[in-house]
Write a protein that binds this ligand. Sequence first.
Ligand SMILES: [Zn+2]
Length: 646
Amino acid sequence: MSALFSTSRRRVLAGMTAVAGGLAVERSGLCSLAATAASRPDEFVSGKQGKLTPFPMTQVRLLDGICKQQAEINQRYLDSLTTDRLLHSFRVTAGLTSTATPYGGWEKPDCTLRGHFNGGHYLSAVALAYASAGNDTLRKSGDTVVAELARCQKANGNGYLSAYPQEQFAWLAAGVTEWPKVWAPFYTCHKIMAGLVDMYVHTGNEQALVVAEGMAGWVHGYLKDIGDEQRQRMLRIEYGGMNEVLANLYGLTGKQEYLDTAHLFEQPSFLDPLAGHRDELRGLHANTHVPKVIGAARMYELTGETRYRDIAQYFLEEVLTERSYAIGNTSVGESWRSDVGNLKGSLQYHDAECCVAYNLMKLGRHVFSWSGDARWMDAYERQLWNCRMGTQNPQGLKQYFFPLAAGYWRCFNSAEGSFWCCTGTGAEEFAKFNDTIYFHDSNDVWVNQFIASELDWKEQKFGLRQETSFPAGQGTTLRLKLTAPQKRTIHVRVPGWTAEGGAVRINGRELEAFAQPGSYLSLTREWRDGDRIDVDLPMRLHSEPLLGDPSMRAAFYGPLVLAADLGPGPKDGPLKIGGYDTGPKDADLGPPAEAPVGPAGDAAELIEVVSAKDLEFKSRRSLAVKPMYRVTDEKYAVYWGTEKKV
Ligand SMILES: [Zn+2]
């Protein structure tokens, strides 16, 4: 970390304290910022309004296991991309020379979303990979892209930075919104600004903050003369998390104009019903709207206005309980298309867009930090293991839709000819497994997720090594690394799915007490170096119905959705690896298969555990069964019919 960076961060924090309006800024957060070059904005802001703060990813390292393996696959994919090709359309737009071969798909030089991945998600992903795994090669590539984006912005002359010309924004203001002539100009703008902010926050790249502020200045100038009515019309076009990234810039700099501009991206027509606890989501495009709520969450954290907190909590609870599938994700053909609590008849190929899960999990981290309520981390775990893990193939390619009708299969983006939105959010997701495992307050530590990893809370001289093969292993072991005895409480999540027999042992001695499933087990004592905590979290088979349709049930083992293996899916080719399109064409997909049938009552009765430690199962009717996250190329079914049809 450079001295310049260190100084800058102190200035930033001084600004933060000033804008906090007397609210206490968490002291440990301040210390960690001074000591490390990488922290996300939420890591030093969320503690102001809430109870808990995530540890910076630089203080958490993954140990060998599936998460580390998947993170490394993602890093290899990111490393296969070259900066000259990523920068091509930015340079051309700025009138600079580029001889590189442009990438394809949504980054093609005639695609009106170009730049969203190349100058946006890519920067976020490499910044996260640096913070989470110390990947310096990717950080340097990120630095190159930032420097060249700065050159492009300078050539544009007015703060504007994009891989397409400003006419997109002129058309937006004029009400020209036909796709693909205009796609989503501010959506792309958000991705680029977020990528720059991530490079600043996670790697300390000062230039990235300067470029992001230049863009914010351009946005402010563009919007300042546009009236409310016209602006609200423009906001019907997807704009990602513009309110979030502007709020983050305010948090980082203390400059009021960024908060004012963030407010310009608020839509009363969307937020007011949520504030009134009314679900008017039917008909809305899911991934357009979740980022707006993340922006509201940040507004609460930065301003203390509880209306924003209520909006975020209500929205998340409503979507998770009334509009989500067993895998923990939502949307049908990218939208909410049904009445509250009714997903009957919605199983198809185009379910559960992966970006939506990414954004719901991001929102869930914020909401959890305000209360420490275990149910948010239960939901996060369900999403992590059922609709994120498994959506990357061994080449690092990502999934877009998550088919939930029987007989379909996973389809992935091509390496250089897709660059979907979900390619981008997937590249970020698989670079940040260690951002949610542990949270803390001023003294205590929360163990939220069971992922092999090591925590080094430098400021408190507190180390914790988590050894687990979860979910193959049913529990976890925590070993403390201390230089001197310390009194504090360690809170370990006991998931809602925990079966009879849950137990905790400290240094081999079982405690008489345990926690209710769906809460945190709080262990308070004077801890010593080498202390060992073993937590048993037994899993059992269970099931739950599709919302609104008790005749369709999903089977679980602990947190894991169990899928029926319906035989080989297509080999690599158009049905398996997509290009510009986000999956096979309808005519090539064919109709879904009939859902496998279980006995009346409970699909879980159909399944037998062959080996818990190997996560091997079989159906009593001879179908192969496996955790959904282990389904790779096979055709599968997540939902089982419960009526006897024979
Ligand atoms: Zn997407």
